[in-house]
Design a protein around this ligand. Structure first.
Ligand code: AMP
Ligand code: MG
Length: 311
């Protein structure tokens, strides 16, 4: 299939209404969108990405009022949506019947999010609810530019809606809101502290929890570039070389072939996946990534680094 490059969200919405696949810019990362109510379109998303079928999809909505159509919105969910929608927070709720089973991976729950980026909201204004997993081939780093999404999915999707580089740069915070206490399944831009300001008992999922059952996606190899990622938490581990890239808050010693020094953790998050992809494009074999304190957004950055290093 020939993949069209679009600039007009109305054209993207038209592709999607017909049951097609279209890459769309959100504030977190670029997403691969399809109608959430169309089993064939949803199946095509899994095929295009090479995504394991036990990894459910996030349903993207134009506004929080649409949540009641797909989910039983709990009191916890209501509070989270009131505080954080639109924005980079995904809320897991008991699902209403009717969605294609591939969307929920048969879990009985559904993950919903109201994105805030203007282009995806313009698209959602012309469609119903959309699934939109990250627009990468499964296992690769999430795309933060339309070019990165096209590199992965050219010829596999109907269209790519061009937009700016994404603001946040890493995926949404996923929170289980089926019970009275919000449980963070995947850290992201909405921090645990921000959640605790509203729900003091909010917590992150731990080793004792059944992670696999609650958030299947976190079991899979993720975010991995071809180059080997090494998390560096001590200056003595610096190892510059013509085959290595550096990303971190510190200025590294000379000799790295590619260097991304970030003024703060927000910039680090924004540039992380792009740096992975640049290192791969340059044929580098190693990426040294500086560890940051695992607090606030640093928790999400460390989560992505750890998974990339495992891959
Ligand atoms: P992606 O859209 O590629 O960023 O991945 C979506 C994330 O949301 C994955 O980690 C999924 O496992 C998670 N997710 C989606 N639906 C559910 C659900 N019903 N319950 C728990 N986690 C979910
Ligand atoms: Mg993904």
């Amino acid at each position: 299939m020939r993949t069209r490059l679009l600039r007009d969200p109305d054209e993207a919405a038209a592709v999607l209404r017909r049951g097609g696949l279209c890459v769309v810019p959100t504030e977190t990362v670029y997403g691969l969108a399809a109608r959430a109510d169309d089993p064939d379109a949803v199946a095509a998303v899994f095929r295009a990405k090479g995504r394991p079928s036990d990894n459910p999809l996030i349903v993207h909505l134009a506004d929080a009022a649409q949540a009641d159509a797909v989910a039983h919105v709990t009191e916890t969910g209501r509070g989270l949506l009131a505080a954080f929608a639109p924005g980079p927070l995904t809320v897991v709720l008991p699902a209403r019947p009717g969605l294609p089973s591939a969307v929920t991976a048969g879990l009985g729950t559904v993950a919903i999010r109201v994105p805030s980026a203007p282009l995806v909201l313009a698209v959602l204004g012309g469609t119903g609810p959309l699934v939109a997993p990250s627009a990468n081939r499964s296992g690769r780093p999430s795309p933060t530019t339309w070019q990165a999404a096209r590199d992965d999915l050219d010829g596999r999707v109907d269209a790519v809606l061009r937009g700016p580089p994404t603001e946040v740069g890493i995926e949404s915070t996923v929170v289980d809101a089926t019970g009275p206490v919000p449980l963070v399944l995947r850290p992201g831009a909405v921090t645990l502290d921000a959640l605790r300001a509203l729900f003091p008992d909010a917590r992150a999922i731990g080793d004792g929890d059944e992670v696999g059952r609650r958030s299947p996606g976190t079991q899979h190899r993720h975010y991995a570039p071809r180059a080997r990622v090494r998390v560096v938490d001590d200056v003595r581990q610096w190892a510059p070389g013509p085959d290595a890239a550096w990303i971190g808050l510190s200025e590294p010693p000379p000799g790295y072939a590619l260097v991304a020094v970030c003024p703060d953790v927000a910039h680090y998050a924004r540039r992380l996946f792009d740096t992975f992809r640049r290192a791969d494009a340059a044929g580098l074999s190693r990426i040294d990534a500086e560890a940051v304190p695992p607090v606030g957004l640093g928790l999400a950055v460390m989560d992505r680094l750890r998974r990339a290093a495992e891959g």
